[in-house]
Design a protein. Structure first.
Lengths: 278, 131
């Protein structure tokens, strides 16, 4: 395949990934990795390097739109980043020693899980009951604006959330994805942070975590300019346009459609991994 | 004293600066990558791609020194790679910015936590990790 054709195909794919990613909250890697490996026959290690770039692009692109709302809890983000950056680097260091077939299977399973998380009805478990000593010591509790004024929330189970974030970081470093689904578990279900805060905070963390493993990929030569170029441009354009439409669209139906697509991609990755084609 | 007013991140100005910082990082990275892309495609458009097998030395652009040498020659691939690096450093700049704002707030616990996160990322910058 010629460089020009390859660039055009990846550009279109990355644009779609950025657009759908910012509309559904699922990162770009979910589409970029199957597109590069299954369709274009690119080695999964290059695909991982390209995907981490798309994660940073989506995170920074949509964060510029998010910060205006002013509900990111920078303290929660910074505190949990201690876990995610360490584990993301560990993941990025070991990924190259793992058989690509296994990586494909792990990736497929994370995709299935993410698809399920996307269509699941989310339940806001946040409250303002007394939280533990750790949340108090690290000043994690906060407020967010509602129509009735500022609302207080308390952060629960700090250690559990921190450990879950550590796992999310490893997965992120191993596969070059944002692992947003795992971060949601840690923040919404374990630490019981309100959605309005957890979504933007998780997005803030995604970029920093991805930057940590991206540096490792970069030194190893997994970030190739020929692939990074269409991915960066495509995802940034897609994510910017996506975050503009997001404000006035209902995304429920889109999420179901996208979950079906992701499930299909996941099964493909698992099948190809198990049959040793990747 | 009103405790709320001390919260730096509640300050609208800071949010605006943060948003501008992110946008500046994203836009400058995209412009650089685009310029590199044009030069790269003009020279290589009909070449054949070869990504079927991962080879860590293939692009030859996995260190900052190699990229800067390439930049001086107006090498398309090096310019693209430089734009990618700008994108990677955008979230890192956000961490640095947060550390400064914690410092202004005199929240030294979080200055420390921020510095820990920053040093973890800087540690990964040393290529010792990639044997």
């Amino acid at each position: 395949m010629s460089v020009l054709l390859f660039t055009i195909i990846v550009l279109i794919g990355a644009f779609m990934a950025g657009l759908v990613g910012s509309l559904t909250g699922l990162g770009g890697g979910v589409i970029i990795i199957p597109l590069l490996t299954l369709v274009l026959g690119v080695d999964i290690h290059y695909a991982i390097g390209a995907s981490i770039i798309s994660v940073i692009a989506t995170s920074s692109g949509s964060a510029a739109a998010y910060v205006k709302e002013g509900i990111t809890n920078i303290r929660i983000g910074m505190f949990l980043e201690v876990a995610t950056t360490i584990s993301a680097i560990i993941g990025a260091v070991i990924t190259v020693y793992i058989n690509p077939s296994y990586i494909a299977v792990i990736f497929g399973m994370i995709l299935l899980f993410s698809a399920a998380m996307m269509v699941r009805k989310k339940v806001d478990r946040s409250d303002n009951d007394t939280s533990g000593k750790l949340a108090f010591f690290f000043k994690l509790n906060g407020t967010y604006p509602t129509d009735e004024g500022l609302k207080n929330y308390a952060v629960h189970n700090v250690i559990g959330g921190f450990l879950m974030m550590f796992i999310a970081g490893i997965v992120s470093g191993l596969l070059g994805i944002g692992s947003g689904a795992l971060k949601v578990i840690a923040m919404d279900n374990i630490m019981r942070i309100p959605f309005k805060v957890s979504t933007t905070t998780s997005n803030f963390m995604m970029g920093v975590t991805a930057a940590a493993s991206a540096v490792v990929y970069f030194h190893r030569g997994q970030i190739d300019p020929g692939i990074a170029m269409p991915v960066t441009i495509g995802v940034l354009l897609g994510a910017t346009i996506g975050s503009k439409i997001l404000v006035r669209t209902k995304t429920d139906k889109l999420k179901v459609v996208f979950a079906v697509v992701v499930t299909f991609l996941a099964l493909q990755m698992i099948y190809n991994g198990l049959s040793g084609k990747l | 004293m009103n405790k709320e007013s001390k919260n730096f991140f509640a300050d609208k100005d800071i949010q605006v600066i943060l948003g501008a910082l992110l946008r500046a990082g994203v836009i400058s990275s995209m412009v650089v990558v685009f310029i590199g892309a044009v030069i790269y495609l003009l020279g290589n458009h009909s070449a054949q791609i070869d990504y079927a097998k991962f080879d860590s030395g293939k692009s030859g652009l996995s260190s900052m020194t190699a990229i800067f040498t390439g930049l001086k020659r107006f090498d398309g691939a090096s310019i693209v790679q430089f734009g990618t690096i700008l994108l990677i450093f955008t979230p890192v700049a956000r961490v640095v910015f947060s550390i400064f704002s914690f410092l202004i707030e005199r929240d030294y616990l979080y200055v420390l936590i921020g510095l820990i996160v920053l040093s973890i990322i800087l540690y990964s910058l040393s290529d010792k990790l990639v044997g």
